[in-house]
Structures are given as structure tokens and as C-alpha cells.
Design a protein around this ligand. Structure first.
Ligand SMILES: C[S@@+](CC[C@H](N)C(=O)[O-])C[C@H]1O[C@@H](n2cnc3c(N)ncnc32)[C@H](O)[C@@H]1O
Length: 428
């Protein structure tokens, strides 16, 4: 009776008895950015793991939040989906992301563009095609020759040079986002799973055409929703949240942190990061990986954390880690990664608590994963940690249940219901 699996199930049961868990399967499309490719702003860039701009709208409606001028925070803003919605709801906002490409993408979405700035962008002329000697050579990025045809890569470099000559910084940033967001569609690779996958056929799309249509589409979106609202965007690390955001200043925070599912954001965005020249060396890429949230095996696992530390934060986590000790996992570092992930989550939630106003509401969109046939119940673990930090856990809304019956999940049997994506709702 007192076996590790029974203790694990009991701790889950204990938390579920205290915390309301509701299923809202109508949300399953909103937690997935792919279903909203036709929505203005959402369609600028294929941001894997992003959610829809309409998810925050749904949440505000659901929680009956309709005051204007509230102070909003997304500490993991990614492609800026929630920030765009916050802007349309006339909130003041703060967005943070460690990825310099995400930062710029969000900034261009939020910035107000004057008629003059839009005119400069509209009047941008494609440079006349001419060959560039040793076009690939300036990049340390070893894959570059395999990713683009020589003609397309030359076009990318020619456009980049022309953008660099524009003196108006905001217009320059807009065009840079158009360029970087067009890269994947004309490359021989595409984002898939946890990395870049080679396309079956080499890409034959012309980069000049792709860039022009992306730029025109972005201009149309900007003209439709070009509001002046106060916002602050930070290309920084949430480990510095204490100094980045004022205490007791935030009314609403809605965000999706990296999930502990081994997804490496720097691997998946490496085309954008290198070709956009957000990074110029492998050591910069390594530094980014090592300073981001420990949600994958390329992160900084060289930190001390013991299994006993987890016990004080979350009983479910502690019992999950004990169970994993008995399993033959595909990588022996998985338990350590999970323990570090939730230890960082604990620090982050402590700091976020300080930033929230009393009565302030938080929605955390988080996905549960599974290793060795054991579901990692991130939604319940985050709830347990949040309670210890001082938040009230209002409810957990299950937005999407796992729909795949893949090999990976065969071992899970009836625990499959826990492999899901949820919104954890907290109140300070
Ligand atoms: C799940 S994504 C957020 C997606 C976003 N909600 C959207 O709709 O586009 C998580 C984000 O956290 C960022 N991130 C990871 N570690 C971070 C850290 N330590 N500080 C700030 N941002 C971080 C990643 O770059 C990624 O953009």
C-alpha cells in the first residue's frame, strides 16, 4: 500500500481535494498558436509553443476583468501574444524575454508607428541582385550553407545591408522583423518537434517575394491596430525580476513559462538568431542556453539541488522524483533537470509575489509532460509551490488533454488524463 506509486497517487489526490480542477475543452485551440495563423500579429512569425492573442481575452472575460489602464506583466512574453491583447484592452504592460529575437518581435508589435515611419517602410526598395563574394563566410554558424540556396542567401544579405542604411531606428526594426520572420519559409529546414527538420524538398520560394509579402502584411496589421499605449519591454532574465519590476505594481500577469519538456528555445530559433545577427558566436548561444530557465537538457544542469529540497516545495514533486529513481529514463539527468526547474519556479514565484498588488490575478499556462511512464504534473506542482509562496490557488483550468496515443504514452495507461495543458489561476 505504501509503495512509491501509491504515495505519488495519494499526494495528487490530496492536492486535488483542495484545489478546484475544471475542464474547459473549448480552450484547446487557444493554447496553440498554429490554429490562429490568420489573426493579425499572430501570423507574423511561426512562434512554436506560443498561445493565441485571444487566450488572454478569454481569461479577462472569464474572470470578469474589464477595468482599463491596469498594469499587466508577461515575464516570458515570447512572440508577444498576450502583450498585443493587453494593448487592445488598454492596459499598460511590461514584457520580458531572454531571447533577443522574441524581444524585438514583441517590441515591433507594440510600438506605435507614425505615418512617416510607415512611409519609410512602405517605400523600402528591394536591392538590385548582385553576387556577394564568399557570402556564407562571415557566419560561424555551421549549418548555414545547408539552410538556404546561394541565391536566396545572397538576397537575404543584400536586404540586410539595405536595412542597415535606414536611419530611422523603428523603421529599421520593423524591416528586420519582416526579414527574420520570413527566413524559415524559404529555408530547407522547418521547425518541428524539438529542433529543425530537413524538408523533403529543397525550398524554391524566392526570398524577395516572401519578404515583400510579409512586409506588406505586417504594414496592414500595423495600420489596423496602431494604438499609443504605455509599455516597457525588456530583453532580460526573469532571474532579475526583483530589479526589473517595481514591487506591488502589477494588477494582472498572464504568461506561459517554458515547460519542463526538454524543448530548447535556442535550438529551435537558431536560424532567426544567427541570420538576424542577434548572436554571432557559439559562445553567445551557449551563454543564452545556460542562463535560460532549466527546462531542457542543454540548460545549466551544473547547479546543486537535492531531492530533499523538493520535499519542502511540493509533495507531488518529491514523490515524482522518488518514482523516477526506479525508472530507466532515456537520459539520467532528467530528474535533476526537473528538480532544478521547480526550484527556479519557486524562486520566480516568490519574486512575482512581491511584484503583484494585493488582489492581483495571475494566469499561468503550463503543460504537463511525462518521463518513464510517469506524468510530471506541473500544473499541480506549481499550485503547491504557489500556495507555499503565499498565493491563493483559485482554480486550475484544464485547457487541453493529450490527444495522441503515441508509443511514448503507452506506458502511462490511465494516468494519461494527467498529460494535459492547464491554466493555473492565482490570486495574491
Ligand atoms: C512558452 S514560451 C512563451 C510564449 C508566449 N506566451 C507566446 O505566446 O509567444 C516561453 C518563453 O520563455 C522565454 N524564457 C526562457 N527562459 C527565460 C528566462 N530565464 N527569462 C526570461 N524569459 C525566458 C523563452 O525565450 C520563451 O520565449
Amino acid at each position: 500500500m505504501n509503495s512509491p506509486i501509491n504515495r505519488y497517487l495519494k499526494t495528487i489526490n490530496d492536492v486535488e481535494e483542495r484545489i478546484k480542477v475544471l475542464e474547459k475543452n473549448n480552450l484547446k485551440n487557444l493554447v496553440n498558436n498554429h490554429n490562429y495563423r490568420n489573426i493579425p500579429y499572430q501570423n507574423w512569425c511561426n512562434y512554436q509553443e506560443g498561445f493565441s492573442t485571444k487566450l488572454l481575452d478569454w481569461f479577462l472575460d472569464y474572470k470578469n476583468i474589464n477595468a482599463k489602464e491596469l498594469m499587466f506583466l508577461d515575464p516570458f512574453c515570447g512572440s508577444g501574444a498576450s502583450l498585443v491583447s493587453a494593448k487592445l484592452n488598454e492596459f499598460r504592460s511590461i514584457g520580458i524575454d531572454i531571447n533577443p529575437f522574441s524581444y524585438l518581435l514583441s517590441k515591433v508589435k507594440l510600438d506605435f508607428y507614425s505615418e512617416d515611419e510607415l512611409r519609410i517602410i512602405e517605400g523600402f526598395n528591394l536591392p538590385k541582385y548582385k553576387e556577394i563574394k564568399n557570402v556564407y563566410e562571415k557566419y560561424e554558424f555551421s549549418m548555414v550553407e545547408r539552410i538556404f540556396s546561394k541565391e536566396n542567401f545572397t538576397k537575404i544579405e543584400l536586404i540586410k545591408n539595405s536595412i542597415g542604411k535606414i536611419t530611422n531606428i523603428k523603421s529599421q526594426e520593423f524591416l528586420k522583423v519582416a526579414l527574420v520572420s520570413s527566413l524559415e519559409s524559404c529555408s530547407n529546414y522547418k521547425k518541428g518537434g524539438n529542433g529543425l527538420k530537413k524538408r523533403k524538398k529543397t525550398c524554391e520560394i524566392d526570398f524577395y517575394e516572401l519578404f515583400t509579402s510579409k512586409k506588406n502584411q505586417m504594414i496592414l496589421d500595423k495600420k489596423k491596430l496602431n494604438k499609443k499605449t504605455a509599455f516597457k519591454l525588456i530583453n532580460g532574465n526573469i532571474k532579475d525580476l526583483d530589479v526589473l519590476v517595481e514591487n506591488n505594481s502589477i494588477d494582472i500577469s498572464f504568461f506561459s513559462p517554458p515547460y519542463p519538456n526538454c524543448f530548447d528555445y535556442f535550438e529551435i530559433y537558431k536560424i532567426e538568431l544567427w541570420i538576424g545577427e542577434f548572436i554571432t558566436s557559439y559562445s553567445q548561444l551557449r551563454n543564452l542556453r545556460k542562463s535560460a530557465f532549466t527546462s531542457n537538457l542543454n540548460a545549466n544542469l551544473n547547479q546543486n539541488v537535492s531531492i530533499d529540497d523538493s520535499n519542502s516545495r511540493s509533495k507531488i514533486l518529491f514523490n515524482t522524483l522518488l518514482l523516477l529513481q526506479e525508472k530507466d529514463l532515456w537520459n539520467k539527468n532528467i530528474p535533476k533537470m526537473l528538480n532544478l526547474y521547480f526550484s527556479e519556479m519557486n524562486e520566480f514565484l516568490n519574486s512575482l509575489y512581491q511584484k503583484m498588488k494585493f488582489g492581483g490575478t495571475i494566469g499561468i499556462v503550463i503543460g504537463n509532460s511525462s518521463y518513464g511512464g510517469i506524468p510530471i504534473l506541473s500544473d499541480l506542482i506549481v499550485s503547491e509551490i504557489s500556495e507555499k509562496v503565499g498565493f491563493k490557488v483559485d482554480q486550475i483550468i484544464v485547457a487541453r488533454n493529450n490527444e495522441t496515443a503515441s508509443q511514448q504514452y503507452k506506458k502511462i495507461n490511465n494516468l494519461i488524463k494527467y498529460v494535459r495543458e492547464s491554466i493555473v489561476v492565482l490570486v495574491k
